[in-house]
Design a protein around this ligand. Structure first.
Ligand SMILES: Cc1ncc(COP(=O)(O)O)c(C=O)c1O
Length: 507
């Protein structure tokens, strides 16, 4: 392969040093996963043995042994003077049809195949509660009101709306209405700073196409939205994860990461973060913007549930706080209306928005003018506001039920986030050191055997790292199901904690 080799200088494993015998296996499995899921692409180099040994505080012989194992599997080849180069993923090595694919398509394919959501229920198991899916509950879809809005625009402007539209940026009337809806969190936003996209997912893709080149590094939180992981792989980007906990982002780690020259972009969810439901408060937002102030690292903030606030005032977007003009905000109607519309948007300064529109133009020309016009009509009739207020009323009840059920049923030490809105919350098993890691997955498996579906936390880590947490979605569970579901989760958590309790010692 004649490609220029990109050095993956910062892709280093996080090892468990207490398990000395398994260190070469840990290093080998980390890099084999990185190759498999596309974080290291064919033709790129693994970090030098010396660097891995120093940074991970292990001997060079440990890393040499790990690289030898990868070579034995046909995944890499060591070449004097050029380092250890990735030859193929295991999938590609065993399947000739993969030779047709670009490394990026291969990476996306591998991520799709490797994606693991909530464990399924066994055939005879009755569903008690489904906390797994973030897809909105279809029983709430305003089908009749939507049909009437669609009828009205077809009747009055049918011929025009069945043709191509006139602007890649989207219908002016829709952009103006979306600006009004964003006013409380971004008062300076104007319709000229907004590009309508095919859902938030296309907006995220456009940002990556516009700001990043293959091999660049993107900072994400861990845990984070798992479909973003796949998108980053499909763009051939390196990813660095920064922990996102009860106090927000780990700022010391973020500052170290931002100093790396390859970092181009941060992907953040300051409001109702997926999967934890946490939001950054005003102070944390300001600190974050301050940490970025002296860098030229762009930010994409994903405000995918921005209108689903159940309590408290709206907080300013990072975009509105970033004086550099390097932050863009992505949003969507998928969660507060319905996802089949595939309407989202990205807001940003002209110098980022114009190139994004140019890229979109050559991707899909424009987002459906018919659906945009129907959405405008739907909003003007007040149907969106009516729908949203009944959705929010129900969401408030569900959050309240979740907190009450958790207080009643979860064993001591288990914690659940108490989000100010949005559909997701995060339940964490007690921190019992290394033994507690992985309990999120055990909880998800055990709960599925008893009719409750939750997504284990490792699904939201790029490396699938063990996690104590599980994501709970409130989209498809009513108040009753929440009570029954949390009771089952509490029983499962208690059993797991008993199994892992330290053995009694008799003196
Ligand atoms: C955090 C986040 N961003 C973006 C999306 C994609 O939204 P859309 O349906 O508008 O493409 C989702 C969907 O679940 C999401 O959870």
């Amino acid at each position: 392969m004649s490609a220029t080799y990109v050095q993956v200088a910062h892709l280093l494993p996080d090892l468990d040093p207490t398990d000395k015998a398994a260190l070469p296996a840990q290093v080998a499995s980390f890099y084999s996963r990185a190759i498999e899921d596309g974080r290291v692409l064919v033709g790129e180099r693994l970090p030098p043995i010396r660097e891995v040994a120093t940074c991970c505080k292990v001997t060079r012989a440990t890393v040499q042994e790990a690289y030898r194992r990868l070579a034995d599997l046909g995944l890499v080849a060591g070449t004097v003077g050029r380092g250890t180069i990735v030859l193929a993923s295991a999938t590609a090595a065993s399947d000739p049809s993969h030779r047709l694919l670009s490394p990026y398509a291969e990476a996306a394919l591998r991520r799709t195949r490797a994606m693991k959501g909530a464990p399924l229920l066994s055939e005879n198991q009755e569903l008690v509660a489904n906390f797994a899916e973030l897809a909105p509950d279809e029983s709430f879809f305003p089908v009749d009101e939507w049909r009437e809005a669609m009828d009205a625009v077809l009747r009055t402007r049918g011929r025009e709306l069945l043709g191509y539209g006139h602007s890649t940026f989207g219908l002016q009337e829709l952009r103006e209405l979306l600006v009004v809806r964003s006013h409380d969190s971004d008062p300076e936003l104007s319709a000229d700073n907004l590009l309508v996209t095919a859902g938030a997912q296309q907006a995220l893709d456009l940002v990556l196409r516009t700001v990043c080149s293959p091999g660049d590094t993107v900072v994400v939180t861990t845990p984070s939205y798992h479909h973003m992981h796949g998108l980053l792989s499909a763009h051939g980007l390196q990813v660095v994860q920064v922990p996102f906990g009860p106090d927000g982002l780990d700022h010391a780690q973020l500052s170290r990461v931002l100093a790396r020259p390859s970092v181009r972009l941060c992907y953040l969810m300051p409001t109702f973060h997926n999967p934890t439901g946490r939001s950054l408060n005003l102070e944390q937002r300001k600190q974050l913007v301050q940490a970025l102030a002296d860098t030229d690292v762009a930010v994409v903030e994903d405000e995918y549930q921005h209108s689903l606030r159940c309590r408290g005032d709206a907080l300013p977007t990072l975009r509105s706080l970033d004086a550099r003009g390097l932050t863009v905000t992505v949003s969507t109607v998928s969660k507060d209306l319905f996802p089949a519309l595939r309407i989202g948007w990205v807001a940003g300064s002209d110098h980022l928005l114009q190139p994004m529109a140019a890229v979109k133009r050559f991707m899909d020309l424009e987002t459906s003018p018919l659906l945009q016009a129907a959405l405008v009509e739907f909003m003007r009739r007040g149907c969106f506001d009516n729908h949203l207020s009944s959705l929010l009323a129900e969401l408030r009840l569900r959050h309240k039920a979740l907190q009450a059920a958790c207080a009643q049923h979860l064993p001591e030490g288990c914690r659940v986030t108490d989000p100010d809105g949005g559909f997701v919350a995060w339940l964490e098993m007690p921190n019992s050191g290394h033994a507690g890691l992985g309990q999120g997955e055990q909880l998800a498996d055990l709960a599925a055997e008893r009719g409750v579906r939750v997504v284990p936390g490792r699904a939201f880590d790029l490396d699938g790292a063990a996690s104590r947490g599980v994501r709970l979605c409130l989209t498809r569970t009513n108040v009753d199901q929440i009570h029954h579901g949390v009771r089952v989760l509490g029983e499962c958590a208690r059993e797991l904690l008993e199994v892992h309790a330290p053995a009694q010692t008799f003196l």
